[in-house]
Design a protein around this ligand. Structure first.
Ligand code: MG
Length: 337
């Protein structure tokens, strides 16, 4: 098995501002796995919040030694080995997981959704993200997003009400709201959520910091809107405890190490009666397509990471008016443009 990787700087169409950061370029690493004449792709999109960067991804890939494995078909054992190398590094591990799944699908000649017995016509509707910005820019973004049926609005700085009222002057479509841990006081958070309830908001994502678990529990008991965990949940082992403080979880491949663990988290969430959302980082069609193969199992899809960029080097799942449209190519179904 031959591995190689390359960095791409993804150019955002607008500056992407959330409660803790702002940027206009998102660097990602594309991993290529070649074996038996088949080339497969994976992707790592690093997030500082989770201790990763392009450099940590590069260092992790250099530690990989697949010489004792005969084939990517040994996916389970390969991924156990990859996970055992070092703690963290979830997006680097995800790149390997995606490339292995892509290879297996290509070897068998089937798209991943088919391998899992999922109906590609039943993908959850995808939201489009409006990041924090001035009134004028938000107005422009909302008009640009006219074709998308659901908007996910970032809040958590000092202009929450302005963000929402600006959008509500233009459209009455369904809104998801994501505070990205921005509200630090539980009483303030509760007042915000009560106000949002009257603005036709469907749910609130990560209203408070993940290290304020008791406050989140308090808030959930009083919240008139469902609460979805994002920063509070990275991997499978954290899911059971979160059922005490949230109504659902936002699974991201880059946080959870990839498709294998995402599938386990989905099954666990189903058992705990948690709503299942899948989100993403700023990613190319490689990462987004991987998530989209699981979209028939989701309550909410927030897989718009490649719609927000202007230079996606890959073609894969298409987002047509918020409809995730998977193709019938094998594996992840992605090709280099
Ligand atoms: Mg979020």
């Amino acid at each position: 098995m031959k591995l190689s990787w390359k960095q791409y700087d993804l150019q955002l169409k607008h500056i992407f501002r959330i409660s803790r950061s702002a940027r206009d370029i998102a660097p990602v690493t594309i991993l290529e796995l070649e074996h038996d004449g088949i080339v497969a792709y994976g992707e790592a999109s690093p997030t500082k919040r989770y201790g990763e960067s392009i450099e940590t991804i590069d260092a992790f890939f250099r530690k990989l030694d697949f010489s004792s494995f005969d084939s990517p078909m040994m996916l389970e054992e390969l991924l156990n080995y990859v996970d055992s190398i070092e703690m963290g590094n979830t997006s680097a591990k995800c790149a390997v997981d995606l490339a292995l799944h892509d290879w297996v699908g290509k070897k068998l000649g089937v798209p991943l959704y088919e391998l899992w017995g999922l109906d590609p016509a039943k993908t959850a509707k995808c939201s489009f993200t409006i990041a924090i910005d001035s009134k004028e820019v938000v107005e422009q973004k909302v008009r640009e997003a006219e074709e998308f049926p659901i908007l996910k609005v970032k809040v958590g700085l000092d202009n929450d009400e302005e963000m929402i009222t600006t959008i509500r002057k233009i459209t009455d479509k369904v809104l998801y709201v994501d505070a990205n841990e921005g509200w630090k006081d539980k009483h303030v958070a509760l007042e915000k959520i009560k106000w949002l309830k009257d603005q036709n908001v469907e749910f609130v994502e990560q209203p408070m910091p993940s290290d304020q678990f008791d406050d989140l529990q308090w808030l959930r008991e009083k919240s008139p809107l469902p609460m979805i965990a994002d920063e509070s949940v990275l991997r499978l082992s954290e899911v059971p405890k979160l059922a005490q403080a949230f109504d659902g979880i936002n699974i991201k491949l880059m946080k959870c190490t990839g498709l294998r663990e995402a599938m386990r988290m989905i099954h666990t969430a189903q058992a705990l009666k948690l709503k299942i959302m899948m989100g993403c980082m700023i990613e190319t069609a490689v990462g987004i397509s991987a998530g989209a193969h699981l979209a028939p199992l989701l309550d909410y899809a927030d897989l718009d990471g490649n719609v927000l960029i202007s230079n996606d080097p890959f073609d894969g799942v298409r987002n047509i008016k918020g409809e995730l449209t998977l193709n019938n190519r094998p594996g992840l179904g992605v090709t280099l443009r």
